[in-house]
Design a protein around this ligand. Sequence first.
Ligand SMILES: *[C@@H]1O[C@H](CO)[C@@H](O)[C@H](O)[C@H]1NC(C)=O
Ligand SMILES: *[C@@H]1O[C@H](CO)[C@@H](O)[C@H](O)[C@H]1NC(C)=O
Ligand SMILES: *[C@@H]1O[C@H](CO)[C@@H](O)[C@H](O)[C@H]1NC(C)=O
Ligand SMILES: *[C@@H]1O[C@H](CO)[C@@H](O)[C@H](O)[C@H]1NC(C)=O
Length: 433
Amino acid sequence: MIFTFISLYFNTCCIHGFRYLVNSMLILLERLLWLILLVLSIYYCIISCLSSVERFQTKSTHIGLERNSYYFKTSMPAVTICPMQRLNKTFFDQYCLGKVKGKAKDELFDFLENLANSTYTNFKDIPQYDSIDDSLQKLDIEPKDYMKLIYNLTYDGTYEPIEKLRIRCVDGQVILKVRQILTEFGLCYLCSSYLGEEYSSRYLIFGMYPESNKHLTSQQVVDVKRATFFDKDVGFTLMGFDVTAIDSYIHSAFEVMKVDNNFGYSPEGAAYEPEVEEIVADAELETETSIKQRKCRYYHESNLTHYPFYTKNTCLQECRINLAYRVCKCIPHFYPNRIANPKPVCSYKILKSCFANHAGYFLKFYENDIDEKPAICYCEQNCIDAVIKLKSALAMRGAKQLLGSMGKFVFHEHLAKESIQAASHLFVYGSFG
Ligand SMILES: *[C@@H]1O[C@H](CO)[C@@H](O)[C@H](O)[C@H]1NC(C)=O
Ligand SMILES: *[C@@H]1O[C@H](CO)[C@@H](O)[C@H](O)[C@H]1NC(C)=O
Ligand SMILES: *[C@@H]1O[C@H](CO)[C@@H](O)[C@H](O)[C@H]1NC(C)=O
Ligand SMILES: *[C@@H]1O[C@H](CO)[C@@H](O)[C@H](O)[C@H]1NC(C)=O
């Protein structure tokens, strides 16, 4: 009964080939052959269907075109400045308060100053005095406290009451927000950035948002300066660094700095002429596509462990944390470590031994010099970003104070495959007198 039904169905079925399975004219071997052919064809049919679905989910392309380019607004790049003189002597004196005296105190200051100024390229410069271990023990400082102590002993110049001395970022009447941040080069200052308040030293070290700056409340403060084709003079000035040298980084306003990408130490002011290409995304891109489809992440779509937000460079920093942890079994003090299972923080001795030997490889994501391939590290792009190309950077000898800004403003655009990019030449003049 059932067999007759199946044979009737196969005989009249629309799918080519089924008929031969039940054709009594054919011998068993031939039917078997047909069966194999049928199974294979159905198998490949399913495979090719699934690959279309997969392609839809991961390799979709979106092409957009915006016509009114004259009204594009391009954001000025961000500037990160790391002062090369870190600690405040007054704070240090208060902190020691007779517990550490004389030569040991001077040595401790030198040690902490260098620790605060340390990054992958200069771990070997941390001095090793005989008195250090003793002093650290007296003050009850363990490696996990290094960064908190450095934060406590650093004077945040953005809160300075006297305007002339304050670390500030201005363009004429407009004030741009400046904040102290935690970077792979210790505590630095950032101006002109779209990143949220999570990216501040206080949040990354203590989990608290920065205090509001009571000296600025009466003025108009903007995050980032934006400009269109019709704006002639665009620029801003970051100043108030009362030190002998600074280290500067110019990067996208949607990104954090890269410690291996600085523009050199400069004892005086510097002027930069960057070219900005902004990558913008449709408002619907975020809601209508998954991360897998668009292959990029927004700021708040973080899957990182140490950072509560996502940018490509923070993702790379996290790769470096994991690499350092794998090789040296601990992580440097300048990384946020407020996570469920904090990783051990390296003592200065390990920084001097293990890190000084591997630092160059860590920066390039190699485990050691024998490795041919970089350590595995996959970081998605930022959905909204800007590409900065520096056309020229001039050290301004003798120009201790350059106020205002000048420069011409050229504008051109190109259309990239997956996004619209607007490009413009902007001049950022930083004066750090
Ligand atoms: C801080 O580190 C930089 C880079 O290694 C170095 O050029 C500078 O002299 C250091 N600053 C101090 C005060 O030692
Ligand atoms: C140290 O901090 C005090 C504020 O408590 C400030 O007035 C002084 O200028 C700071 N010194 C340096 C060298 O930054
Ligand atoms: C830093 O300062 C805070 C508040 O003033 C204090 O509670 C903390 O113990 C200090 N941390 C270190 C390592 O000195
Ligand atoms: C974050 O997501 C990417 C893929 O989207 C993955 O490769 C990476 O391992 C994830 N990172 C963490 C820390 O889970």
